[in-house]
Design a binder for this molecule. Sequence first.
Ligand code: ADP
Length: 241
Amino acid sequence: FEAALRESEKLAAVGRLASSIAHEINNPLESVMNLLYLAQQTDDPAEVRRYLQSADGELKRVSLITSQSLRFYKQSTRPTAIDPEEMLDSVSSMYAGLMENSNVLLRRRYRTERTIVCLESEIRQVLNNLVRNAIDAMRVRGGTLVLRSREAVEWRTGARGVAFTVADTGSGMSAETIRSIYTAFFTTKGIGGTGLGLWISSEIVGRHKGRLLVRSSQRDGRRGTVFVLWLPFEAGVVGRE
Ligand code: ADP
């Protein structure tokens, strides 16, 4: 019975995702159809180019949404042992250029000795989202990104594992924003965001029986956000065939 319940919860989650995606890509697709119609109605080449450029922008947005939301559903890998520090370094190295351009300083405090067993590509995606968001929050004034790893016990169950910390000195979030960050398509970045990063991240962390905690402040002097990702040493990852 429990297995059936889990299965139906999984299906419900997939159904919610599918209907949100359908809703979200329907608007840009309708715009594209209108723009193509308008392009066919005019003989002015400059105008045609403008319509096509707008259509191109809308399609790029559709592509961003589908790739972000569906990518990780395809990567059905088996859990492997990974080194938390190597993982953090490899994720942050992808943003070295962006950090330099945004005046973001990187500080690392690594204190783990053991590996953890997880779905590497998925956990990489979670850390990727956290790091990317942290840098985004510091784009305007620069700041410091702190990456930490340490061995830690989960406070409710006492399970042993690793806590990753991604902390920034960026914009911080209002209480209202914090309440919505795990909701699909919630974004404060306008056209530049999809609002899928943290929603997907929380889903991935849940399947790893991990935890994702956030603390954020907008008060001067202590402005910024801290995300803590806790994962057990051995995640009994719930599959999704
Ligand atoms: P996206 O990055 O596409 O907006 P996410 O789900 O990753 O989608 O994030 C949702 C929202 O959470 C962001 O738009 C932003 O408002 C807020 N957010 C997440 N991380 C941070 C952070 N480190 N600092 C400030 N705001 C953040």
